[in-house]
Ligand binder design. Sequence first.
Ligand SMILES: [Zn+2]
Length: 90
Amino acid sequence: MTEPLPDGYVVHLPPAYRQVRLPHQFGDPVSVAANVTLSRHPQTERTCTVCGAVKVTVHGSNGIAWREWRKCASDEQTAVEVVCGAKVPG
Ligand SMILES: [Zn+2]
């Protein structure tokens, strides 16, 4: 059994990490073929070397292209820009 904390005891621990917003730093564009499993058109992907977010140019079947975003460890692509950031100590 651990001892109960005394009355009025307050813990002042800083968070171990904080999120810092940064500009994306994209690597070289990579052409990706259509993916039937994920219902994706052919697309061009640029991965951020800071946060791993992927900026995607989707090449639609009728010559129209549009922007989508994907988080590094996710299969889901949306039109909502992924905010760049990194966790830093303190
Ligand atoms: Zn980023």
